[in-house]
Design a protein around this ligand. Structure first.
Ligand code: NAD
Ligand code: MG
Length: 297
């Protein structure tokens, strides 16, 4: 039998371990410039029919975790609308190509989600392009590092909250009239929302807010048969990292985890598949940690 993602093996050596080569990018970053190349499942994710005919909107779907989720969802049988920033068009088109190669529909939706009107348009265009909506993955995020309170700037916090928190409300409000019982909303929090690093206070408070919102909104929407859950990743090899984290930390990226290495985007995808699929029917308001062993509580 050939080696697949389901073949048991030692997870500690399954993917690259630090040190990583020094590298830095400007935000939002580009996965194609990363060394080593991240694994989003392009050649490794094997679907087993867990999302037949479902229609999903994923934000931050051009790169990193969102890209891996988009590929996984298509391989599980879903049609996928991709939300991303306009400057990420080339990466988004690569993802769309992979979705279409599965015989599934891909809808491309560039736009900055820091504006409620854009969020409303993205949902409307996803519903129109897919012919409905069953799964909403609110995954886009930004992560400025600020080492000292002396360098705190109101603009930075406004930006983090507009990008990481407001779209939870805006996208969900716009999507909810279209979501039927059995639909699923999935957020991306972070280990930073539970165990914050000193230089990520603005980001960490937004990620704590996402996990908290997930618990609150889950209680509202379960009355309509809609489940809301989240995923809290540990360190994952995505462009967010070289775009926002200083070099000396990039070289050691992931070494602090019990696993001793960073996660790859494809290793996050199964949690998003599980939460979108009916197999998780009794899981509500939960944020699943995928951290390589670092405790979140
Ligand atoms: P990524 O850079 O590949 O993905 C983030 C995406 O967010 C970008 O591709 C971009 O399309 C989107 N985005 C950012 N600002 C936006 C805006 N204003 N409007 C529209 N889209 C915007 O990196 P990633 O690591 O895959 O990030 C995905 C999510 O995972 C983020 O919420 C991030 O906070 C979270 N996360 C990442 C890690 C990690 O170590 N990489 C750890 C924990 C949580
Ligand atoms: Mg990107």
């Amino acid at each position: 039998m050939s080696d697949t993602m389901y073949t048991p093996k030692d997870p500690t050596t399954q993917y690259p371990r630090p040190p990583f080569p020094p590298q830095q990018q400007d935000g939002p970053g580009d996965s194609r410039k990363m060394d080593p190349a991240p694994d989003h499942g392009e050649t490794t994710y094997v679907g087993t029919g867990r999302l037949p005919g479902r229609k999903a909107l994923i934000t931050g779907a051009d790169s990193g975790i969102g890209r891996a989720v988009a590929i996984a969802y298509a391989r599980e049988g879903a049609d996928v609308a991709l939300s991303y920033l306009a400057e990420e068009q080339a990466e988004a088109e690569e993802v769309a190509e992979l979705i279409r190669a599965e015989g599934r529909t891909a809808v491309l939706l560039p736009g900055d989600l820091q504006d409620e009107a854009v969020d409303q348009q993205v949902v409307a265009d996803a519903v129109e392009g897919l012919g409905g909506l069953d799964i909403l993955v609110i995954n886009a995020g930004t992560m400025p590092t600020v080492d000292s309170i002396d360098d705190f700037e109101t603009e930075t916090l406004d930006h983090v909250l507009k990008a990481n928190i407001y779209p939870l409300f805006w996208l969900t409000k716009a999507a909810s009239p279209h979501l039927k019982p059995g639909a699923s909303i999935i957020t991306t929090s972070s280990i930073q929302g539970f165990v914050p690093s000193p230089s990520l206070a603005e980001y960490a408070v937004s990620k704590a807010g996402i996990a908290n919102w997930t618990r609150a909104m889950a209680q509202q929407l379960i009355e309509r048969g809609i489940r809301v859950n989240g995923v809290a990743p540990g360190p994952v090899w995505t462009p967010l990292q070289p775009a926002f984290v200083p070099n000396e930390k990039i070289e050691e990226f992931g070494s602090e985890t019990p696993m001793g290495r960073a996660g790859q985007p494809v290793e996050l995808a199964p949690a998003f598949v599980f939460l979108a699929s009916q197999e998780s029917s009794y899981v509500v308001g939960e944020t699943i940690a995928v951290t390589g062993g670092s405790p979140t509580h």
